[in-house]
Design a protein around this ligand. Structure first.
Ligand code: MG
Length: 279
């Protein structure tokens, strides 16, 4: 396995039926590492063999397997609250089971961590959903710990102090944070750079994503994702803060738009921007 540099630039992308072709799209941009998202309907049978050989052939290193779940919808904040992660009770068990299988797949691939959006963590720590999600997160952490893996929560759907209290409450050393500065803005949950300072000891990976705040006067609306450097995060400030907290793991570019050609162009521009900032 190749050695990566400090704050090596990476990308998050989704598993497809053709791992080699998918990886080739990113290696031709000069990328050597990333996070692999596993869609909720992605067949896990045979995935280990297919991805293992493709990753070896492309000399590409995966830091995290990221689980998403069938039935999730990110249309606006109430829809996210209703459909994402382990909050919806009707799908909680099957999504947790799926996450344990993703941890098994990560182990087969030699990937050191897994992650997902667990959904909106309720602010009230006595709420039944809070208790249930906390217990499921413990179960996932314990499963992942047997493989020496971290389990990372994606930031943004709750303010930093709520997330911090949840992490303390779960009380598992391998529970970590995948810090996404744009999410804090898109969900209107607080200044991401301040939040990064607060959450720093728990951060294992970061997303380099940009976005603008939700429109004023539209209840429940999400902000808009932007190409890196064109939103409200302030990439220079973000990367400087990462240096200040001693972060050396990869800078994972995240760009989620349906137009794949535009997405690849935006990723190429993001690489240039990060190259100018990361050292
Ligand atoms: Mg993200």
């Amino acid at each position: 396995m190749q050695t990566l540099s400090e704050r090596e630039i990476g990308v998050i992308f989704w598993a497809t039926a053709d791992p080699r072709a998918t990886l080739a799209e990113y290696t031709k941009l000069g990328l050597r590492c990333g996070q692999l998202g596993i869609p909720g309907d992605y067949p896990l049978e045979g995935a280990a063999e297919a991805w293992k050989s493709a990753l070896e052939a492309c000399n590409f290193r995966i830091f995290t397997l990221v689980g998403a779940y069938a039935g999730e919808d990110y249309a606006d904040i109430p829809t996210v609250e209703r459909t994402v992660g382990f909050i919806p009770e009707s799908t909680r068990k099957e999504r947790v089971e799926r996450t344990l299988k993703i941890s098994d797949l990560a182990a087969q691939l030699g990937v050191p961590g897994i992650g997902c959006h667990v959904g909106f963590v309720p602010h009230d720590s006595t709420a039944p959903a809070y208790v249930a999600v906390r217990d499921e997160v413990r179960r996932i952490c314990d499963h992942a710990a047997r493989y020496g893996q971290t389990f990372a929560l994606e930031t943004g759907q709750e303010p930093a102090d709520v997330l911090l209290r949840f992490i303390k409450d779960v009380d598992r050393p391998n529970l970590r944070i995948n810090f996404d500065p744009a999410n804090m803005i898109l969900y209107g949950t607080g200044d991401p750079i301040e939040a990064l300072g607060l959450l720093a000891p728990h951060v294992v990976t970061v997303h380099c994503k940009d976005g603008d705040w939700p429109p004023k006067g539209v209840p429940g609306a999400l902000g808009t994702e932007k190409p890196l450097g064109q939103g409200s995060v302030g990439m220079e400030r973000f990367i400087n803060k990462l240096k200040e907290i001693g972060y050396t793991n990869p800078l994972i570019i995240e760009r989620e738009i349906p137009d794949q050609a535009q997405r690849m162009q935006d990723i190429a521009s993001a690489i240039k921007l990060l190259e100018s900032l990361r050292h």
